[in-house]
Design a protein around this ligand. Structure first.
Ligand code: GLN
Length: 526
């Protein structure tokens, strides 16, 4: 079977959920097909690693160490794939490639033009990924909205693709907005008509239109959109406003999108949504509730903790429990009374010293009051600092990130980190293996002797302090193969006190919640 392509574009407004729509379509087809998502972003940054989380939300890290758009999180979670940096194509990357080719003399003296030279780069990149991955289906999402200057070249490239791959191997899906204006009480199709016209002016004739709407689209509006936009009436699909994005695949299934794609692309992959329905049902009808304190710095900006929120959501679906996240700002933490009544405490990742002393206090409370505690990256480092200060008696222990002249640098940059200059400076990025200690809590949670989780940090537990910390009872339950890097810690005899230098939240899935979160939530439920 030749590789099939689904191209997803958006119109009318940004923020309609193109990424979720593309990922949901993929999800419905993922039972038997090897699907690879490709995201095209119009901005000129080469990757989002350098972009401010305030502006861009969480930086999502892949196994290969690539720092990509948080949309990749949705793709990984909905498609069950492990993304690669190459699957994120930004205009910055495209121009980089064109320039390199030009300087190498590859264009043989020709005038280098947007069409065909830049669009060829885009198409070839997509075809290369298809080939390398031996993909059955490539889902290409074009960022932005039709009419934006930034995505014109991507749109032209995907327009041309139908000639390259054959009309029977490509489907164009366009996501638009169907408003129900206040006082009008009627679904309106005009924005969709106009948006589709913009697309047609660019030579793209959509096969499927998804209309984002507060209600299911009526038969009348579907007929009207079908008539004005030249698509089959059954190919007009509702993109319903939902409480929970995990409901979107179910909506699309009800609306018959898998059948339409089968008809157009001849790909038979009937979705089995039984388990998915059960999870959604659990989320809608929880049998209990817990409150978890999230002690962070960007607590006002929930997008910067997107994957952690997702991980709890997966646990919610599995346990049938509602998990309330209580955002605790540790910068101005006056007393620990904000922890009263919480069932568990999370200290997530972060950079810089602001709020760290508050977090260390929170961790002390968790340890002394036997409240379940989960530390993620910075959370592990602060748990080690707290233990060093209050149990090992190492006064003033700290990380050199917070205090360069601490008498006890229990967290420090290791010499080997200083030589990493490739990506993100001295950052340890991407998947690294950890060997788990038999009999430990972490070992029982993962059920394997070695695990691989993703990293994004500079500092490590300082090997000079390994011995004294362990002698006082903190267990290093997972370490790098050479034993030099501490990857997991835990305190025996506590309800649940565990932390990792990695970011297990990046690999949590609805199908298999992250073992660290699963164990933590289980302890919180008690
Ligand atoms: N700031 C810490 C470091 O660089 C932790 C980073 C993180 O939590 N992602 O090591």
């Amino acid at each position: 079977m030749p590789t099939k392509y689904i191209i997803v574009t958006g119109g009318v407004l940004s923020g309609l959920g193109k990424g979720i729509a593309a990922a949901s379509i993929g999800h419905l087809l993922s039972s038997r097909l090897k699907i690879v998502p490709i995201k095209c972003d119009g901005y000129l940054n080469v990757d989002p690693g350098t972009m401010n989380p305030y502006e861009h939300g969480e930086v999502f890290v892949l196994d290969d160490g690539g720092e990509v758009d948080m949309d990749f999180g949705h793709y990984e979670r909905f498609l069950g794939v492990s993304g690669k940096t190459k699957w994120n194509l930004t205009m910055g990357k495209v121009f980089d490639m064109v320039r390199q080719k030009e300087r190498r003399g590859d264009y043989l003296g020709k005038t280098v033009q947007y069409i065909p030279h830049v669009t060829d780069i885009i198409k070839n990149h997509i075809f290369e990924v298809a080939k390398e991955e031996a993909a059955d289906l490539i889902v290409v999402e074009i960022g932005g909205t039709v009419g934006d200057i930034e995505n014109e070249l991507f749109l032209d490239a995907v327009r041309q693709m139908k000639e390259d791959v054959g009309r029977e191997n490509i489907v164009y899906v366009h996501l638009t907005y169907v408003p129900i204006p206040h006082g009008v009480h009627e679904q309106k199709s005009k924005p969709t008509q106009q948006s589709v016209n913009l697309l047609k002016q660019r030579g793209i004739f959509p096969d499927i239109i998804i209309g984002r709407c507060a209600q299911l689209l009526t038969r009348e509006i579907k007929a009207k959109i079908s008539n004005f936009c030249d698509v089959d009436p059954e190919a007009v699909i509702t993109g319903l406003d939902v409480e929970d994005i995990y409901e979107i695949p179910l909506i699309f299934e009800q609306e018959g999108i898998a059948g339409i794609l089968h008809k157009k692309l001849n790909i038979y992959s009937p979705p089995d949504m039984t388990r998915w329905k059960k999870w959604i049902d659990n989320l809608r009808n929880p049998t209990g509730e817990i409150t978890v304190a999230m002690c962070g710095k960007y607590t006002k900006l929930e997008d910067s903790y997107a994957s952690i929120i997702e991980s709890f959501h997966h646990c919610s679906a599995h346990f049938g429990y509602k998990i309330d996240l209580k955002w605790v700002e540790t910068t101005d933490l006056k007393n620990a009374s904000c922890l009263d009544g919480v069932h568990g405490i999370v200290v997530p990742g972060g950079f810089g010293h602001r709020g760290t002393e508050g977090k260390i206090e929170v961790i002390r409370e968790a340890r002394e009051r036997n409240i379940p505690f989960l530390g993620l990256c910075l959370g592990l480092q602060l748990a080690v600092i707290e233990f060093a200060r209050n149990v090992c008696g190492l006064n003033g222990a700290n990380s050199t990130e917070m205090d360069a002249s601490t008498p006890h640098p229990v967290i420090d940059i290791l010499p080997e980190q200083k030589t990493i200059t490739e990506k993100g400076g001295t950052m340890r990025l991407g998947a690294y293996p950890a060997v788990l200690r038999p009999g430990s809590l972490v070992h029982s949670l993962y059920g394997t002797s070695e695990v691989s989780e993703r990293h994004r940090h500079r500092y490590e537990v300082n090997p000079a302090y390994h011995q004294v910390i362990q002698e006082k009872g903190m267990v290093f339950s997972g370490c790098s193969r050479d034993g030099r890097l501490v990857e997991f810690i835990e305190l025996p005899g506590h309800k649940f006190f565990a932390a990792t230098q990695a970011h297990p939240e990046l690999k949590s899935r609805m199908e298999v919640p992250s073992p660290m979160f699963y164990g933590f939530v289980k302890a919180c439920i008690g």
